[in-house]
Design a protein around this ligand. Structure first.
Ligand code: HPA
Length: 269
């Protein structure tokens, strides 16, 4: 809690801004931040005690601004477990955005799909998640100031928001998949056998982020929703070997529809 409070103090010394909506941008999706009316930015390196991201293609900064009249804070570049951070550090920025005042969280990511009916280029609204393959971010001493020791996870992705997102997509004439996101640790992509496991769990998308952030946000009472940009068929579902560049390429190809959906969501949720 001390680490969180120090980071919050460090941010509040630099900017006086109360976001309503927090947004985390996934791999290849970072340029959404250029779409908003930017008030200020803070590099993660400027925040004392903040875990800093190292992966190529991830800009590490908070962007503060407005979409129409909605104040938003955006994480342009997230912290991943595979970088070697403790899970508590992975979710620190999410908690920080909650403490800044954001009551609503939009999570986004690039993901593979293990649903043979889905295709690269699809947008998927996350209906639920599975974190069985990774440690919970809530392990360790409970931060009672944030939420309860044994938080309910029966509706992590808000039903209210999901119904609004469906309306947003339909207004924009975008087709929207819905499905369950399975988080693995990465940084390696999964094996075909692991993808079969995810399928047997009824997962639709696989990735290396998001679900733990959703849990931390839910723990502290934020309302959460999530969109996956499907960048590839998961291991074993196509002949191709997976690579990060291709994932980023496809993510930026989806970015026009992705950006319009996220904008519409911000002003509608
Ligand atoms: N697996 C895990 N993470 C991913 C994938 C994948 O196939 N695609 C994009 N992120």
């Amino acid at each position: 809690m001390n680490k969180l409070k120090n980071c919050l103090k460090s941010i509040q010394e630099k900017i006086d801004f109360k976001p309503e909506v927090a947004l985390i941008l996934g791999s290849g999706l970072g340029d959404f931040a250029d779409e908003i009316n930017i008030v200020d930015t803070i590099d993660y390196t400027e925040i004392e005690g903040f875990p800093v991201s190292t992966v190529k293609g991830h800009k590490g900064r908070f962007v503060f601004g407005y979409v129409e009249n909605v104040p938003v804070v955006i994480m342009q570049g997230r912290i991943h477990y595979y970088e070697g951070y403790a899970m508590q550090d992975v979710v620190l920025p999410t908690r920080l955005m909650g403490l800044m005042g954001a009551k609503k969280l939009i999570l986004t990511n690039a993901a593979g799909t293990c649903n043979p009916n889905f295709r690269p280029g699809d947008l998927m609204m996350i209906t639920d998640h599975i974190t069985t393959a990774i440690p919970s971010p809530l392990i360790g001493e409970n931060l009672d100031e944030l939420g309860p020791r044994f938080p309910d996870m029966s509706e992590v992705y808000s039903k209210r928001m999901r119904s609004i997102i469906i309306d947003c997509a339909s207004r924009l004439h975008l087709s929207l998949r819905q499905g369950i996101y399975v988080q693995f640790t990465g940084p390696n992509y999964e094996t075909p056998a692991e993808i079969q496991l995810a399928q047997s769990w009824h997962g639709d998308a696989v990735g290396m982020s998001t679900a733990v952030e959703a849990m931390a946000a839910k723990h502290m009472g934020m309302e959460v929703c999530g969109i996956s940009c499907i960048t590839n068929m998961a291991a074993g579902l196509s002949q191709n070997a997976l690579n990060h560049e291709e994932v980023q390429d496809i993510a930026s190809q989806i970015s026009t529809s992705f950006k319009s959906l996220i904008k519409e969501m911000i002003v509608s949720i």
